[in-house]
Design a protein around this ligand. Structure first.
Ligand code: GLC
Length: 743
């Protein structure tokens, strides 16, 4: 349909029908069984007359189910405007790859883009039109469970992934024929919740928001994302959902975004809870005026907008504007021409969980596994000479390697670690659980198909599990210990105050290590855990994240050397929880511990913990070793219209081929405002054969040095800069240059 056709269609709609397009309800409302529907309707308190007019569906996935709901809806619809199906397809649909904090460690946006193209095809075949992805929340606090969905603590790197995911999901952008629409979230500042506590208050100035939290969202808007979801939190004491500065002045007017804004789940109703609306009508009015087009899963729009318009309290133009945006999106998706978008059960089964998709997920997982320790190069293991391996721990035979937000994936599709290792070792392996993930799951709260276990293991049962594991370890050459967080301990509403692994797991590892065997630890988690004591009780340590459907096989590939690990962490790992929030691109403060002129005590530090991270941003080990040559600059004077080249050679001095991630950081030594000690500005992912040397170069221009200055203008300032190149944010060579005055 043309724009003109859409406007004509809009003119034919009643006010109720227009408001209907602004309502999103879950699948249980779209049933022909009125008795079934009564429950959810009563619970939501929604006007039953509006339910049949709702324009979009939340989290229903599957060709048959979506087809059935669409057909039934259209059969009863006067206007015949098709339903929009939106779902949380966050890091895979049926074929699940590593969590975003995991895949971001690959420093391989091109591969990430391929994974999201694959995801878009699976989701499209399953009748999904929109995915609520990517989550672009900068994550600097590992206590916050949703760092699982983030691509880390650096805004520039997160912007690369933002583009990769949006263009992966939306493919060429011809959404009528390929791909699904991307809904980026949660705009904005959500990762900065105080104390890392979910849904908590966010307090930060506009400059910090623009400098650190906006860039990934801006990159996604520039990449053409079709929808934006505001965050639950406040910005400058106004909830994002009703924040006109954020949604209208910045997102729409400054950035030119004219797509659909959909609230987060129940967020409009929560404006009353926040205390910025006195009732649902006030909440509806505030959200619509701020620019929120669709109300996800509350009755605020449904029960109030028509009355507010008729009372003259809300302009019908606002309803028309919002409705037209929704119609445009449906039109872009080709729904008017084909509400079913060539989905069918056959297309679905032909597209999902294919051999190719599994292979891609496996490759993504292989590039996401971070080798944190490898003492005496104990890894990779030589499968030819191994006589007996003990695989112990709560993740030894655990299918649930998908992470919390693999909403539509099935853990049963994922081989366990035991299965994957058995494929290599055959009967040369003994498995023993050793202990449960948690002794007490009661505080977790269930989510979707993940329920909390009320099973209490007796002391005797726990002792038996432990003894079985120690027996297996005693008769093994090598012990692999698979530990980790419970899947419900991270992701949404997964905030923690103690980032260490559960005590029962740490005790098991300590007892195993005391046996004097070679111990390799694998950690499955949705965040950077505190591994300070774990590190002392093992010879090799791998952060496996929640690695997805093929994650176990990817772990096996790394353990036995079929793959040389190349991942580098994108979020700092702390010594202790108390260091959080912890991030590399921090300010020096007036009393930096290492360089302050004050006595040691009176510097920015702790009396009971190091200041640095246990593992810094950009860190990770590989099986190969590289020598970095001397860093050279083409000039020490960069003119505003010129460019400067930084170069250094990297040589693989080992007998193994491998990938190296060479990282470029820059520091603005003096600015009109305080500037971070370093900021990632580029990287090169290079492949080096044994003995091969490569000259790595970076081109620096004035544009890369711009920031939000004291007067809130965006630009660079002349003066001294440090340029750093190295294998991670701490292990760098430093050179200095000057940005000259603009003539
Ligand atoms: C949740 C999350 C959001 C998700 C939405 C729909 O509360 O905040 O990320 O997309 O609801 O499930």
């Amino acid at each position: 349909m043309t724009e003109n056709d859409l406007e004509k269609l809009l003119e034919t709609l009643t006010l109720e029908e227009k408001v209907g397009q602004l309502i999103q309800l879950s699948g249980d409302f779209f049933t022909d069984d009125t008795a079934l529907a009564v429950g959810p309707q009563r619970k939501l308190g929604i006007d039953p007359a509006m339910v049949g007019l709702a324009g979009s569906v939340l989290n229903v996935v599957g060709a048959e189910k979506t087809h059935e709901i669409q057909a039934s809806y259209l059969a009863k619809s006067r206007h015949k405007i098709p339903l929009l199906f939106m779902a949380d397809i966050i890091y895979g649909c049926k074929t699940i790859f590593p969590i975003p904090l995991g895949f971001s460690s690959s420093w391989d946006p091109a591969l990430v883009n391929q994974c999201y193209r694959m995801t878009a095809r699976e989701a499209r075949a399953m009748g999904v039109h929109v995915s609520f992805a990517p989550a672009l929340d900068l994550a600097r606090d590992a206590r916050w469970g949703r760092c699982l969905e983030s691509t880390g603590e650096d805004p520039w790197l997160q912007s690369q992934y933002a583009r990769a995911v949006v263009t992966g999901l939306q493919e060429s952008g011809d959404l009528a024929h390929e791909g699904i629409a991307s809904c980026i979230k949660h705009f904005a500042g959500y990762g900065a919740v105080e104390s890392g506590r979910e849904y908590n208050t966010v307090n930060m100035g506009e400059r910090h928001l623009r400098e650190m939290y906006f860039p990934p969202f801006r990159a996604a808007v520039n990449a053409g994302c079709e929808l934006v979801m505001p965050s639950f939190n406040v910005i400058d004491d106004v909830p994002s959902t009703a924040n006109t500065w954020l949604l209208k002045d910045v997102l729409r007017d400054e950035w030119g975004f004219d797509g659909v804004i959909i609230s987060d789940y129940a967020a409009i109703r929560e404006l009353v809870t926040h205390g910025v609306a006195s009732d649902d009508a006030g909440a509806a009015e505030s959200a619509l005026e701020a620019g929120v087009d669709i109300d996800m899963k509350t009755a605020c729009y449904a029960n109030n907008l028509c009355r507010l318009v008729r009372m003259g309290k809300v302009s019908e133009e606002l309803v028309d504007r919002a409705c037209l945006r929704v119609l445009r999106l449906k039109n872009k998706l080709g729904l008017f021409e084909d509400p079913y978008r060539d989905t069918s059960r056959d297309v679905e089964s032909a597209c999902c969980l294919t051999t190719e998709n599994r292979a891609l997920a496996r490759r993504m997982a292989e590039e996401s596994l971070v080798l944190l320790e490898n003492k005496a190069d104990i890894l990779p293991l030589d499968k030819a000479t191994l006589r007996n391996v003990a695989l112990i721990g709560p993740y030894a035979e655990n299918h649930d390697l998908l992470g919390l937000w693999a909403v539509h994936g099935d853990a049963s599709d994922a081989p366990t670690l035991g299965t994957a290792l058995r494929e290599v070792l055959g009967d040369r392996m003994t498995c023993a659980q050793g202990c449960p993930i948690l002794v007490d799951e009661s505080g977790l709260g269930s989510f979707g198909h993940r329920s909390v276990s009320s099973e209490e293991k007796t002391k005797e049962e726990l002792a038996r599990l432990r003894e079985e594991a120690l027996d297996a370890a005693r008769s093994a050459d090598v012990v692999i210990v698979a530990l980790g967080e419970h899947p419900l301990q991270s992701g949404e509403a997964g905030s923690k105050t103690d980032l260490r692994l559960p005590q029962i797991q740490r005790d098991l590892l300590h007892d195993v290590h005391a046996l004097g065997k070679s111990v390799i630890v694998l950690v499955f988690s949705g965040r950077p855990p505190v591994l300070t004591d774990i590190r002392e009780d093992c010879d090799a340590l791998i952060e496996a994240w929640f690695p997805g459907t093929e994650g176990a096989r990817a772990v096996s590939d790394v353990l036995f050397g079929r793959v040389n690990p190349s991942a580098r962490i994108t979020m700092s790992f702390p010594y202790a929880t108390g260091q959080e929030p912890l991030y590399y691109n921090a300010f020096t403060t007036g009393r930096p511990q290492k360089t302050s002129t004050h006595t040691e005590r009176f510097t920015s530090r702790y009396v009971d913990c190091p200041t640095d991270p246990l593992y810094p941003f950009g860190y990770g080990l590989s099986y190969h070793h590289c020598r970095y040559g001397e860093l050279r600059l083409s000039t020490q004077k960069l003119s505003p219209e010129g460019e400067l080249t930084a170069s250094l050679s990297v040589r693989n001095t080992s007998s193994r081929a491998g990938d190296e991630v060479v990282q470029l950081y820059i520091r603005d030594v003096t600015g009109s405002v305080v500037r971070p000690m370093k900021e990632l500005k580029g990287f090169r992912r290079i492949h080096l054969e044994p003995g091969e040397e490569c000259l790595v170069t970076f081109t620096i221009t004035e544009r890369m040095l711009r920031f939000w200055r004291r007067d809130m203008s965006f630009g660079s300032e002349p003066g001294a800069f440090e340029l750093m190149v190295g294998r991670n944010s701490s292990d760098v060579q430093v050179a200095r240059f000057e940005l000259l005055e603009t003539r």
